[in-house]
Design a protein around this ligand. Structure first.
Ligand SMILES: [Zn+2]
Length: 324
């Protein structure tokens, strides 16, 4: 009998729910606005949307092998216990696996969103065929996942891979994690935009202001991309700076772990070569010779779907007992 998978990707603003076949093809998907501060509301909304997608495909609960979910937090993937989400106080020690299993009746598997995305990319996307891969997502936060020698690396407390919280400056700005000078405090969406807005309020000359219709509070990274592609000096420089900061952080990662591939995804990766070129240049210039020569930097291939595809893959991995 044909079995199906449910894949869920919880993002800071949107939660995506998809139904997939066992080969990772998405049959149907939809999303809703995430109300992260109310965990029961999130669980109910996932369950309701999955029910409605199932009805449209005429599927019953027994047609599903299970449900996989990626969430933006630190967690114990074995127990499906979320330790915490950095920015959301309501999520402390939440037994997400248990709660979702109770609500949906499906065997449920939970993992960190970037580890899930990495899983999707190495199975079906940019990382196919690679054993040594670092994944990085650039968005509200900077997430990371480390696959070395073909295995997802977890660490003692199962929370390894937080590349966003590698410090690049011992005296830098304070980060939401409590640390100082983390890479996230330079290139995370909110930090990045805060600096841009500050510069513009100080009177820096840039077309970003006109692009935003003079509404400084509404400026987005996409507006900076638009300005930079139009030749705006300030915007070009901001993206270059971001690429260089990332290049420095990744130099440490590359020297330490010797990956073959670095996959970068997330909304801010949409700036493309504006960020990727300075990033690659910095890495080439700074990394140790052997590691630096090997490490290739590429953009994630599955785009917005990586999360649901990787989450569904989680079900297969756990129920068919392949790897970590
Ligand atoms: Zn940090």
């Amino acid at each position: 009998m044909n079995k199906f998978l449910a894949g869920v990707d919880v993002g800071a603003t949107q939660t995506k729910v998809a139904i997939l076949d066992l080969k990772g093809h998405i049959l149907l998907k939809d999303n809703f606005s995430t109300q992260m501060h109310r965990k029961n509301a999130l669980i109910d909304a996932v369950s309701d949307l999955l029910d409605s997608l199932s009805r449209r495909l005429r599927l019953k609960k027994r047609d599903f092998l299970g449900l996989g979910i990626g969430v933006p937090g630190l967690l114990d993937f074995k127990r499906g216990l979320v330790f915490y989400f950095i920015n959301i106080p309501a999520w402390k020690n939440v037994p997400l696996k248990k709660l979702l299993e109770k609500k949906t009746g499906l065997p449920t598997f939970v993992d960190n969103d970037v580890k899930v995305m990495a899983r999707g990319e190495v199975t079906y996307g940019a990382g196919r065929g690679y054993d040594n891969v670092i994944c990085l997502t650039l968005g509200t936060g900077v997430g990371g996942a480390v696959i070395i020698d073909g295995k997802m690396r977890r660490g003692q407390d199962l929370v390894a891979g937080e590349i966003g919280h590698v410090p690049i400056n011992e005296k830098g700005p304070r980060c939401n994690c409590g640390g100082i000078g983390c890479i996230e405090a330079y290139v995370g969406r909110e930090y990045f935009l805060k600096e841009v807005k500050k510069d513009i309020r100080r009177g820096v000359r840039t077309s970003v202001l006109a692009i935003s219709n003079n509404r400084i509070a509404d400026i987005t990274p996409e507006m900076l991309t638009k300005a930079a592609l139009g030749g705006d000096r300030y915007a070009l420089n901001k993206w270059r700076e971001m690429g260089e900061h990332l290049g420095v952080a990744l130099t440490g990662v590359v020297n330490l772990l010797n990956p073959e591939l670095i996959i970068i995804g997330g909304g801010i990766a949409g700036a493309g070569d504006l960020v990727f070129r300075p990033l690659r240049e910095t890495l080439k210039k700074r990394a140790m010779a052997i590691q630096g020569r090997t490490a290739k930097v590429v953009r994630a291939k599955l785009g917005n779907d990586a999360g649901v595809i990787g989450a569904a893959e989680l079900v297969k991995i756990n129920l068919l007992k392949k790897i970590s």
